[in-house]
Design a protein around this ligand. Sequence first.
Ligand SMILES: [Zn+2]
Ligand SMILES: [Zn+2]
Ligand SMILES: [Zn+2]
Ligand SMILES: [Zn+2]
Length: 203
Amino acid sequence: MQAEKLCYECKVVKPLEEFGKKSSRKDGLESVCKHCLKLKRMLHPRRKYTPIEIDATATKKCVDCHIEKSYSAFDKNPTRKDGYNTRCKTCLKIARKSHKHTFKKRPKKTKAFTMTLKLASITEKDYLEQLEKQQGKCAICGKLETSLDNYRKADKRLSIDHCHKTGNFRGLLCTKCNVGLGMFGDDSEMLQRAIDYLESRMY
Ligand SMILES: [Zn+2]
Ligand SMILES: [Zn+2]
Ligand SMILES: [Zn+2]
Ligand SMILES: [Zn+2]
């Protein structure tokens, strides 16, 4: 039995209880952690209105052609308050033809994670493969990341550690270990001296 699982959204390995139940999935759990789901819902609240009961005589004015039409002339749209589009079917068709661009999807914003990967010049696949190798834990202390990302108010991903001389990707570290290495200038000789020091003072 696995006790932890990778969140598909934040790419953090978390204890299973951090994932909501979802019976349709193989492991019975959501692929995205509770925190990410909450964040998603906060950022993209999805209002759902059920179409109002329409009697045959009810009409609605189209915002484009300004013609009062029967509800059957409008497509259903659960994001609208009355459950129907503001444009009639005819106007929608015309608008789609003449203003294709207004229906194009907005380009996705580059995510912070994508930027991080870019800066470290590794791919998401590299990151996830390494994460899998390390079972989601820090390559030095062997623990899950415990510090919070103040900006995203979320659990932090393990940091990408690379050699400052060669620029090569070395592995994934928790914040503490990453900062610790940095404090010693990534210098193994200096770290060894620190170990020698600690061991010589063990009374
Ligand atoms: Zn997550
Ligand atoms: Zn119309
Ligand atoms: Zn660590
Ligand atoms: Zn010193």
